[in-house]
Design a protein around this ligand. Structure first.
Ligand code: MSP
Length: 491
């Protein structure tokens, strides 16, 4: 049994979940479920990033102690993910005692390796992004990433010798061309590394809400160092049993945090003598109705409201279907409704409904030669999913949905009877059975409803080929309901 370890970023608790964080989590869940379907031993991790200046300030604004504030906010994430049927095996919080002690042990290891030294940091800091910035990096005096105000910082700090790892990093990228995925994102990062690396500040004296630096208690560990270590602290590094899942097979992240994951994280791991993860996959960003999603614009989309309105599987499907592999995409409710009505109600819902109506009325033998297997390439879908290409994989599955609808029409199934009808129904039901297995990771509730209506046992990827149909049909109502235009939030 192959092991598969997949992670999401751990989310800042200053915001409640929005469609950006929900998207990353859903896509990662789809991949985790897919690997379970393929029989892999999966560990899927998500969690919350709870230390640092930003949280310290937010808790002050809320009139709460940071930990109390963190408890309230972290539970918003864990409960949202439950509502989204997320199957994470663990939920890490950076305020967990175990995490805190592992971070201290980890940084001590870098210190003992001679990779940490004391100095003074003088430069800029973007609190919303918790990022140190040089004068040159600023764009019109603001943070180049989020466009917000930065502040001048001058304080004593310990530094990590990132510069020492330039060659090792370049060697890593060279040996593992897919380490920075998708490939089109790698050029910029590799060029920056080739251009030379500066040592980075890894402790702060002015921020108290953090893990104490073990070598000097006046310092707390920089929140990004603390956060990155979550990927191994959740496995109880150094010798916990779950370390068998390391190296991670995929860290799924948004493109804005690629530098931390593809440069700083592997360099720290090298310093600690730990293998680098296998792949860092950066997905694109959602805009909302053509505009950047932000609190100040007041256009944050709440995933719970969305789900309550349209159903969890519709949103999971939309996430996978709408955003091309690694690219940016625009969220619009109009689009979402169009997909629900066109693809879920008309394509899939109708297919299942009319097929089961045909099958229920038929009392002959459901048997025949496979015809609808042509064009269905499960190996290809597997390859796409191995490449984390959920977008093209769901597209490929949908081709089979369309092909099956077309087959019913072409055969004019409603005009047939006897053996001929038995054979057509056989093909349709086998196709639907396989579709239900393949869509399981994307739309688990819908897959389960179809399986129950077909009256077949639980299945995995090895069952995705045409064989005898052994179900006991129990037709129910429609899988999805049409959304009227006026029902949309802003439609
Ligand atoms: N705490 C850090 C990550 C530490 S990981 C060791 C962080 N947190 S965050 O709350 O800001 O979450 C960032 C992640 O949310 C992004 O990497 C991305 O996965 C997701 N998204 C946030 N906004 C997004 C969009 N508008 N669109 C798509 N995903 C985005 O950074």
């Amino acid at each position: 049994m192959a092991k598969y370890y997949i992670t999401t970023p751990i989310y800042y608790i200053t915001d409640k979940p929005h469609i950006g964080t929900a998207y990353t989590t859903v896509i990662s869940d789809i991949i985790a479920r897919w690997h379970r379907l393929c029989g892999d031993d999966v560990f899927f991790l998500t969690g919350t990033d709870e230390h640092g200046e930003k949280v310290q300030k937010a808790s002050e604004r809320a009139g709460m102690q940071p930990k109390e504030f963190a408890d309230t906010m972290a539970s918003k994430f864990s409960s949202a993910w439950k509502e989204y049927n997320i199957t994470n095996d663990a939920f890490i919080r950076t305020t967990d005692r175990q995490h805190e002690s592992i971070v201290a042990e980890f940084i001590k290891k870098l210190y003992d390796a001679g990779d940490i030294y004391k100095g003074e940091y003088e430069g800029w800091y973007c609190t919303p992004d918790e990022t140190f910035l040089t004068e040159l990096q600023l764009k019109d005096g603001k943070c180049p990433e989020c466009g917000r105000e930065v502040k001048k910082v001058k304080e004593e700090s310990y530094f990590f010798r990132l510069s020492k790892y330039q060659d090792k990093l370049l060697e890593l990228y060279d040996k593992n061309p897919l380490f920075i995925s998708p490939k089109f994102r790698s050029g910029e990062i590799i060029n920056r590394v080739k251009g030379g690396l500066k040592d980075i500040s890894v402790t702060r004296t002015t921020i108290k809400w953090g893990i104490t630096f073990p070598e000097d208690s006046n310092h707390t560990i920089y929140v990004w160092v603390d956060a990155l270590v979550n990927y191994i602290s959740a496995l109880q590094w150094p010798d916990g049993g779950n370390m068998r899942f390391w190296p991670a097979d995929a860290h799924i992240i948004g493109k804005e945090i690629a530098w931390f994951h593809t440069v700083i994280w592997p360099a720290m791991l090298f310093s600690a003598g730990i293998d680098a993860p296998k792949k860092i996959f950066s997905h694109g960003w959602w805009t909302v109705e053509g505009r950047k999603m932000s609190k100040s614009l007041g256009n944050m989309v709440d995933p719970i409201e969305l789900k309550n309105k349209y159903g969890v599987d519709a949103i999971r499907y939309y996430f996978a279907r709408e955003m091309p592999f690694g690219d940016d995409s625009d969220f619009s409710e109009k689009n979402l409704i169009a997909r629900i009505n066109g693809e879920l109600v008309d394509d899939l819902g109708n297919l299942v409904y009319r097929s089961l109506t045909l099958a229920e009325r038929f009392n002959g033998r459901i048997k025949g030669a496979p015809e609808l297997d042509k064009g269905l390439d499960v190996e290809h879908i597997k390859t796409l999913m191995d490449n984390l290409d959920t977008f093209n994989a769901i597209e490929e599955i949908w081709s089979q949905v369309r092909r099956t609808n077309k087959y019913i029409n072409e055969k004019q199934a409603w005009k047939l009877n006897g053996e001929e009808l038995g054979s057509v129904i056989y093909n349709i039901l086998e196709s639907i059975r396989i579709i239900s297995v393949l869509i399981g990771p994307f739309m688990p509730e819908t897959a389960e409803k179809i399986r129950a209506q077909l009256g077949v046992d639980k299945q995995d990827i090895s069952h995705c080929k045409f064989s005898d149909f052994n179900g006991r049909i129990k037709k129910e109502g429609h899988l999805f309901n049409k959304i009227e235009k006026t029902q949309g939030m802003n439609a």
